[in-house]
Design a protein around this ligand. Structure first.
Ligand SMILES: [Zn+2]
Length: 633
């Protein structure tokens, strides 16, 4: 996920100085230099409603305000304008009637009478309880809230967000704590008052708040602090084991070793632990919004299922926030984004997140390889690759993120993540092999993501810049490599990183640790590689069918209900036992319900249980293990 724009010296100065300095700066920069203030009252967040008052300087004439539409990191027009309610504009003590633009629906206009120098905009933001989606999906429970500022602020229409100065305040339920990358002017009294900043910085700096709250230092003694901030639905869920704290501290050291620098003054992992929020990660320059399950740190399967999240989001501070494709560095929240370089933005991040999870010990080598095997098998199974190149999944990302699961293997999904991972692994192994270990993608990262730490800034890039940095790392026909891997239809997944890295794809009859964790966490049964179906275990519903698989050939379709397997009522055990017996039986009968109508499907299959794994190829140097081994000292 993600996006944002150029460095603002005033905002950085305000962020890095203390409150006393702020007071003196306030004399230099008087209050009217602010383009708006926003006061958020989140005391009713537990019941799903947030109250907002914004104040804007005004002058006589028509005035226009807009609500953010294109959300950084979400790569799409996902601003939840629909959940703005009770909007009233007032000036000079009178209500000023507003009207919505008939085309650009997040924009409103109203007429400011002569003599009115200020308008107040009040509205409520209605919180979504859906756990599917990104920041605008479920973000609050009776015990916690992740506040995204883009959801609670209008801004002057048409202005670049770097050039908009604003100041925010926030009122929380009694005894709730909070954390944010924003500077704080004062937190005594009812409202927390944050430092003035650009609108870019505000939107980039969500606030995590809650009743059960814990902070853990991840770079103790370092001049650039990195912290784990957690809000949870219980006190129990905050009890992160020491071994996991050690792994996260190692993540910080490994990331700094990989990139050789950083582009933040401080960094906060804002971790929400709840069964009632959406589960995903959204990157920012100096923090990330990481929403996971309540017992993430207590349950090994949940921990493994989240084991790529924090490393992925941390990498984004360098790759995605600091270095960003020109088409995603729009500098505002109204210009449409272009996702054709998401295979770099998300794909390289997916690869480096995988690498750093291994190097830091967040994942054991066995877990890291299992994650790789799973990604490779999924990407290879997707037959949508026969009609659309990888780049097209990035170009259409803003639609594909919201696509149904049904027929995903034929439509393709946001494959730039995991196919990007495989492609960047292949590039890394190629550089290591050809240079006999003298060079690697680590050198590319130091070159591409390096430079002095001036705090948050954006350095946009084009495809040519990526090719040039690869070329400078190791001379090769990188334009040809990328054309073939990214821009052309290719019938098979890029597997050379695995095979030239000392391993080969193989099958075994049991699930690896990451695959098992995913099944347990998501309550799914993945038989994509045997009979070719993925099942929602709770609903006994076919989530998707692999094109060309035995299930596909027999006529099974997504969204059918699995009523029975070989004459016995469906359960995951009944299904898996039947699959395991196919070397003898040679067939499986699935009784499926399709919109009230039942039919038996006969699957011709004798391959038994099949789950992807990696097997060592002793004839080839084990680059994969060298890539995943600890590097930091
Ligand atoms: Zn991402």
């Amino acid at each position: 996920m993600l996006r944002r724009q150029a460095f603002h010296p005033l905002a950085a100065a305000l962020e890095s100085f203390g409150a006393a300095v702020l007071l003196s700066l306030a004399i230099v920069f008087p209050a009217h230099a602010l383009d708006f203030t926003v006061a958020v009252d989140a005391r009713e967040a537990p019941r799903g409603i947030i109250h907002i008052v914004q104040s804007f300087p005004a002058k006589a004439g028509t005035m226009s305000l807009s609500y953010p539409r294109w959300i950084p990191g979400e790569h799409g027009p996902t601003g939840p304008n629909l959940d703005v309610a009770g909007l009233v504009v007032k000036g000079g003590g009178k209500v000023l009637p507003w009207r919505r633009d008939v085309v650009t629906m997040e924009t409103i206009r109203f007429d400011v009478p002569a003599g009115v120098g200020n308008v107040d905009v009040t509205f409520d933001f209605l919180l979504d309880n859906s756990t599917a989606g990104f920041t605008s999906a479920a973000c609050a429970t009776p015990n916690l809230l992740l506040l995204s500022w883009n959801e609670v602020a209008f801004y002057p229409t048409g202005r670049k967000s770097d050039g908009i100065q604003c100041q925010a305040s926030l009122t929380l339920p009694d005894r709730w704590q909070h954390a944010t990358a924003l500077g704080t002017v004062s937190s005594g009294g009812a409202a927390i008052k944050f430092s003035p900043c650009s609108f870019t910085t505000l939107v980039d700096s969500p606030v995590l708040c809650g009743r059960y709250f814990k902070t853990v230092e991840l770079a103790p003694g370092d001049s650039v602090p990195v912290r784990l901030r957690m809000a949870c639905d219980s006190e129990e869920g905050l009890k992160i084991p020491d071994s996991q704290v050690d792994a996260l501290r190692s993540l910080v050291r490994e990331a700094r070793t990989l990139f050789g620098t950083q582009h933040f003054h401080h960094y906060d992992f804002l971790v929400t632990l709840s069964e009632h929020t959406a589960h995903f990660g959204l990157e920012h320059h100096q923090c990330s919004d990481d929403r996971g399950r309540e017992r993430w740190w207590l349950d090994d399967d949940l921990r493994r299922n989240h084991s790529n999240l924090l490393s992925h989001e941390f990498v984004h501070s360098w790759n995605g926030k600091f270095r960003r494709p020109v088409g995603l560095a729009t500098g505002d929240y109204f210009t449409p984004m272009q996702g054709d370089l998401l295979w770099v933005y998300e794909g390289l991040t997916q690869y480096l997140g995988f690498v750093l999870a291994g190097r830091s010990g967040i994942r054991t080598p066995d877990e890291a390889r299992d994650g790789l095997a799973r990604a490779a098998a999924q990407i290879e199974a997707g037959r949508g690759r026969e009609w659309r190149p990888l780049v097209d999944t990035g170009t259409e990302a803003q639609l594909l993120y919201g696509a149904r699961d049904a027929w995903q293997d034929w439509r393709r999904s946001v494959d730039f993540y995991d196919e990007g991972l495989l492609t960047w692994l292949e590039a890394d192994v190629l550089i290591r092999t050809q240079s006999k270990g003298a060079k690697s993608l680590d050198d590319f990262c130091k070159r591409f993501h390096g430079g002095p730490n001036r705090g948050p800034e954006v350095k946009p890039y084009t495809l040519d810049d990526v090719i040039a940095a690869l070329q400078a790392t190791w001379p090769y026909d990188w334009a040809g490599f990328l054309r073939e891997h990214i821009y052309e239809v290719r019938p098979h997944a890029p597997m050379n990183g695995i095979t030239a890295g000392g391993w080969r794809m193989a099958w075994k009859d049991s699930l690896g640790p990451i695959q098992k964790a995913s099944e347990v966490a998501n309550k799914e049964v993945d038989e994509s590689y045997s009979i070719g179906i993925r099942v929602d275990d709770k609903e006994a519903r076919v989530i998707d069918v692999v094109p060309g698989s035995p299930a596909d050939q027999a006529g099974v379709a997504p969204d059918m209900k699995l009523a029975a397997v070989n004459g016995r009522k469906y359960s995951s055990d009944v299904l898996r036992d039947a699959i395991a017996a196919t070397p003898q039986s040679g067939r499986i009968e699935l009784l499926c319900e399709n919109k009230e109508f039942f039919r038996t499907y006969l699957l011709d299959y004798r391959g038994g249980s099949k789950h992807p794994t990696l097997a060592r190829d002793n004839g080839v140097r084990d680059w994969v293990s060298e890539i995943l081994a600890p590097h930091a000292h």
